[in-house]
Design a protein around this ligand. Structure first.
Ligand code: ISC
Length: 441
């Protein structure tokens, strides 16, 4: 078994202006589908990346190149870097599907003011599966010995995988605000809405989990992918979760977005949950909350599409912990060369599913009263390929792992009729996926 070469190219954008562009050599070859049957099982503990839904998707490891960015230009800077990397790369792709060839995984900060890193990472090895296609892409930096590209041994890309470690001695504590204080913040937001300052704002809270040792992120990833197969289970650079919300997928000139807003908790009793789903579908408070989110996405996508389909009413999406009002919007991208999936993500972020309406007033209110730094919560996370196609989810039902700590996030859309106590209960239900994914039973 070969370990990918340890060297890589990593730049922050200020440095990148003076550094010559990294020249990557990538090769994608077909794999037996059986070799990619369990993508998560291929991941080593060190710096894995993952994007999985219903067992399909992409996993990767190692770092061939990486860029970090921050501030208001973080998306544009990362997109420019990616275009430079793609232009300089030598790619041999025998599968030619979205997600084959050169691929970068990204995670972005929520706020323009956030000083922490947004990053795009090109792994050394990416393994993908989609329907009857399975593939492996190996990436070397030009000038390095390209042993992994020319070797005929079909298994040369495999890396050594240690047993996944369960987190032990886990304790949870309040994050930035305790529940009582957070309800006060929600009540404040409702007052501002009723005073006519804005229509909707999404307010979030965090929880801290501590384990005895460094958390092996493969543990929660496995549990999330099993428990929430219809969500997108992800990990990039410490940010992980299972999001039900697809900010956008761009594929061969088509763009789709799954918009969620409006939530009801499940009880576990099927008949009762069906009745609750009916209640959700007719709740004027939730329909209003949802409509703001759909409008924000349709308005942001419109300028990039020659045609668009926006359904008139939402459907109810059933997840194991909650149900959501959901709308799938589709469009034809008018200028695919100018609108990479990352550019579209920038245009759509933050939608009113995570920001509010109007957006500038809502984001200002979040900064003023939420009382925490969202870091990369509720921002785009996903991947982009050399054609600019890609999938960018919203980092919800998520946590950030750093050493032995995990910071969990959950937020709720607040409109005029919102009640602080039920929003607190909703936030608790939204913590469940990541909280349970860290459990050992
Ligand atoms: C902001 C979150 O959820 C959003 C997505 C679906 C439903 C939502 C809601 O009903 O409030 C939120 O807009 C979160 O999970 O942290």
């Amino acid at each position: 078994m070969n370990q990918p070469a340890p060297s890589s190219t990593s730049v922050a954008l200020a440095e990148e202006a003076v550094a010559p562009p990294v020249r990557l050599v990538a090769r994608t070859r077909r794999l037996d589908v059986a070799d990619a049957a369990d993508l998560l099982a291929l991941l080593p503990e060190d710096a894995p990346v993952a994007w999985i839904r219903n067992g399909e998707g992409l996993v990767g490891w190692g770092v061939a190149a990486r860029v970090t960015a921050s501030g208001a230009s973080r998306f544009a800077d990362a997109d420019t870097w990616w275009n430079t990397v793609v232009a300089a790369a030598q790619v041999n792709d025998e599968v030619a599907q979205p997600g084959t060839g050169l691929v970068a995984f990204g995670t972005f900060g929520f706020s323009d003011a956030h000083t922490g890193d947004s990053s795009l990472v090109v792994p050394r090895v990416v393994v993908g599966r989609r329907g009857e296609h399975a593939w492996v892409t190996t990436v070397a930096v030009a000038g390095e010995a390209p042993a992994d590209l020319t070797d005929d041994d079909a298994d040369v890309w495999r890396t050594e995988v240690s047993a996944t470690r369960a987190p032990h001695g886990l304790t949870f504590s309040d994050g930035s605000l305790d529940g009582e204080t957070w309800m006060g913040v929600v009540a404040d937001a409702v007052r501002r809405i009723d005073a006519g300052d804005l229509d909707k704002v999404v307010l979030a809270r965090d929880l801290l989990a501590r384990a005895d040792d460094d958390v092996d992120v493969r543990w929660p990833l496995r549990r999330l992918a099993t428990q929430y197969p219809t969500c997108w289970t992800f990990h990039v650079d410490g940010m992980f979760g299972a999001t039900p919300e697809m900010l956008l997928r761009r594929e061969r000139g088509l763009v789709t977005s799954r918009i969620l807003a409006g939530t009801i908790r499940r009880t576990g009793d099927e008949a009762r949950d069906l009745a609750l789903a009916g209640q959700l579908a007719h709740s004027s408070k939730d329909l209003e909350e949802h409509e703001y989110a759909v409008r924000s996405v349709a308005d942001a996508l419109g300028p990039h599409c020659s045609s668009m389909n926006v359904p008139e009413s939402p459907f109810v999406l059933h997840l194991p912990n909650v149900m959501h009002l959901a709308t799938d919007v589709n469009g034809v991208v008018s200028d695919a060369a100018a609108a990479s999936s990352l550019k579209l993500a920038e245009a759509l972020h933050p939608s009113a599913a995570v920001g509010g309406t109007p957006t500038p007033t809502a984001t200002a209110l979040i900064a003023e009263i939420e009382g925490m730094d969202r870091a990369r919560y509720a921002a785009p996370v996903g991947w982009i390929d050399a054609a600019g196609d890609g999938e960018w989810g919203i980092a919800l039902r998520s946590g950030h792992v750093s050493g032995n700590q995990v910071r969990l996030f959950a937020g709720c859309g607040i409109v005029s009729g919102s009640e602080p106590a039920s929003e607190l209960a909703e936030s608790q239900a939204k913590f469940v996926p990541v909280r349970d994914s860290l459990a050992t039973d």
